[in-house]
Design a protein around this ligand. Structure first.
Ligand code: GDP
Length: 290
């Protein structure tokens, strides 16, 4: 099955919601407004789209206009990844517990390994013993090494050790899992800053990427989560997880528009192959059922 049909299936809930507003010969404006808010497009984007539909002469041109507008939001922030020569590409993964962080790391490790990269993991969520164990399970299953410390040990020192090992053993990529406990937010943010700071002591380019994992099903609350992390560490991109289980696929638009952070990956299920590089055109075509 092709990427687009997989994506269409994963986004079927959001697209079913949108299709409710499209009758045979016209778009039902009151219904469109309701379903867009339901799908978490947010008030600003919904209002822009309603204005577009009102001023449009026919259904087909209205749909084309809506699609171009939505694509332009997603394309408004760009990201270019360049793997460096002679040193590892380090990616930190941040996000609150339960969003799908560990699973996303495993998916990316598998995909990059398949593309010929020598990948290493670092278990820097030392706050939860289960998080270390989970990463070890993925490391065994994928046959990629993991650097870890004991429960409660300093995450920044594990990241430091992992970066040194990755350099020494010429790994192409180091993927760093971090903690995501919500109840001690201030400490968590200080911990993220410290990990980034110690990595920079080794090489000022490290970490080359910091990705925030967001759970698509929680909709607009994601904006607050991302803002909190962005206030302590620069975020290069978003991994949008659990897009398969939700009718709130519209939340991606206010997230990108308001935070100006690009979506780089989208996770469409629990399996290790359920991840796609994010493509704005494919995404919009998949949620717009015409
Ligand atoms: P973490 O606490 O952020 O590391 O979250 P985990 O990676 O442990 O994932 C939490 C739960 O969400 C697990 O049951 C995963 O199988 C599930 N999960 C992760 N990604 C996805 C996804 O893209 N789709 C679905 N349906 N479930 C997911």
């Amino acid at each position: 099955m092709g990427i687009i049909s997989n994506l269409k299936r994963a986004l079927s809930r959001t697209s079913i919601i949108l299709s409710k507003s499209i009758a045979k010969d016209k778009i039902i404006i009151s219904e469109l407004e309701k379903v867009m808010l339901e799908a978490d497009f947010g008030f600003g984007i919904t209002t822009d789209i309603i204005d577009m539909v009102k001023n449009s002469s026919d259904k087909e041109s209205a749909i084309e206009e809506i699609k171009s507008y939505l694509i332009s939001i997603l394309q408004s922030v760009e990201f270019k990844r360049e793997f460096p020569k002679g040193k590892p590409y380090i990616r930190m993964f941040v996000g609150v517990n339960g969003v799908g962080k560990t699973t996303s790391i495993a998916k990316i490790a598998k995909s990059d390994k398949r593309n010929g990269k020598k990948v290493m993991l670092a278990a820097c969520d030392t706050f939860r013993a289960a998080a270390i164990e989970q990463l070890e399970i993925w490391s065994n299953r994928l046959s990629v090494p993991v650097v870890k410390g004991s429960y409660g040990s300093d995450p920044a020192s594990i990241a430091y050790k992992a970066a040194e090992e990755a350099i020494e053993n010429m790994y192409d990529e180091l993927l760093i899992d971090t903690a995501g406990r919500l109840h001690t937010n201030r400490n968590l943010m200080a911990e993220m800053e410290k990990i980034a700071r110690v990595l920079k002591k080794i090489d000022s380019d490290f970490p080359q990427e910091t990705l925030i994992i967001l759970d698509a099903s929680i909709g607009q609350n994601n904006i607050q989560q991302a803002e909190k992390f962005a206030s302590s560490i620069p975020l290069s991109g978003i991994v949008l997880a659990k897009i398969d289980g939700t009718a709130k696929g519209g939340s991606i638009f206010p997230i990108v528009r308001d935070l100006k952070i690009p979506v780089l990956y989208m996770c469409t299920g629990e399996g290790l192959d359920d991840i796609v590089m994010f493509d704005p055109v494919e995404f919009v075509e998949s949620i717009f059922p015409v």
